[in-house]
Design a protein around this ligand. Structure first.
Ligand code: COA
Length: 326
């Protein structure tokens, strides 16, 4: 069976948090954040807004575009590192919110590369003939994982969700390749300290000793990110016998403008072929690529026949790429 993307959707909290506002909270400035990261503002979930509610809204929008009813979905994947709860899966909560009653639903954890890993899993489910319609969602509420007193990390992240509907087709294969990589030796350069089995939320010391927040070695992560984004991109280009100049668009994970620029330069891709929304949303982890894809698709930037590569890098390390003929 071949695979087509038939719908895209996204959802963002209404609340905008600007660099100027963050400058009132920690010792930073709009100038520092903009020049070092490219981020100008990010969205922050309101009380009562969760990963599941954002995911469901993005999913609903993607289903509407595809013209697919929620009950038709066979498999519902939610990629997230900020689930509503450790269990059940956020995917099960989203299944309930959408009424996707016939779906198998589960979460997938590959941090900022989660959406690419989700596409890879979905591709294999459809190609094997196991299922026909899949909803893949990347959704995060990172604002509830960071220490808002830590200027090294709090300026970087934002909340949001993006989704795609994938369907089996007898026509042309549109998901040309998926590549995924993991390098677990580097897990401790970027991780969430608290609420798992090492620093459980049930142990008072987790809170008292502040072993709870997202923690990151920014400089190290930066260097690995540039190399890994190139490695994953090159894998897709080589597998498809093309070069960077053949791509219509590159949709990179939106973590830092400097990482994106370095990746694009290594691949020979000019700024006119980059899809960027980092300035408006910051790093939304696994939601960043599907949000950017949805915006570029809805705005008519990506057109039928375009060759679009998506590439992501994140904690784990986990990284990967997908090439799509739109
Ligand atoms: N405002 C002002 N100063 C800040 C700051 C902020 N928000 N954050 C850090 N600084 C300071 C540091 O304290 C340091 O000061 P010092 O020299 O007095 O110690 C100085 O800026 C330089 O810090 P450094 O970490 O070298 O800056 P950088 O140019 O590497 O930029 C990051 C920092 C985090 C933006 C960058 O390393 C990065 O983007 N890393 C990758 C992060 C990422 O993408 N993570 C997710 C992967 S999916």
């Amino acid at each position: 069976m071949n695979v087509r993307i038939t719908g895209t959707g996204s959802a963002l909290p209404a609340r905008i948090l600007t660099n100027a506002e963050i400058s009132q909270m920690v010792d930073t400035s709009d100038e520092w954040i903009t020049t070092r990261t490219g981020i100008r503002e990010r969205r922050i979930a309101a009380e009562g807004e969760y990963t599941s509610t954002l995911a469901a809204e993005a999913g609903r929008n993607a289903l509407a575009m595809a013209g697919v009813a929620a009950e038709e979905i066979d498999l519902l994947l939610v990629s997230t590192v900020t689930p509503d709860f450790p269990f059940p899966s956020t995917a099960c909560i989203v299944q309930d919110l959408l009424g996707a009653t016939n779906a198998t639903a589960f979460d997938l954890s590959a941090a900022c590369a989660g959406f690419i890993f989700g596409l890879s899993v979905a591709d294999k489910y459809i190609r094997s003939g196991a299922v026909k319609k899949i909803l893949v969602i990347g959704a995060e509420v990172l604002s509830r994982t960071v220490d808002w007193r830590d200027r090294n990390t709090c300026v970087l992240f934002g909340d949001g969700a993006g989704a795609v509907v994938l369907e089996a087709t007898d026509g042309e294969h549109e998901l040309l390749s998926t590549h995924t990589f993991s390098k677990g030796a580097f897990w401790n350069l970027l991780y969430q300290q608290g609420s798992g089995s090492r620093n459980p939320a049930t142990d008072r010391r987790t809170i008292d000793e502040e072993r709870i927040y997202l923690t990151m070695e920014g400089n190290d992560v930066f260097k690995h990110a540039v190399r890994a984004m190139e490695e994953a991109s090159t894998a897709a280009l080589v597998a498809n016998g093309i070069s960077g100049t053949d791509l219509s668009f590159l949709i990179p994970h939106q973590a830092n403008q400097r990482i994106i620029d370095a990746t694009a330069k290594r691949l020979g891709i000019g700024p006119e072929r980059l899809v960027i929304n980092l300035d408006r949303y910051g790093n939304t982890s696994s939601a960043s690529i599907p949000i950017a894809l949805d915006e570029a698709h809805r705005n008519g930037v990506i057109k039928s026949g375009n060759l679009v590569m998506m590439v992501a890098f994140g904690a784990g390390f986990a990284y990967g790429s997908t090439l799509v003929r739109w």
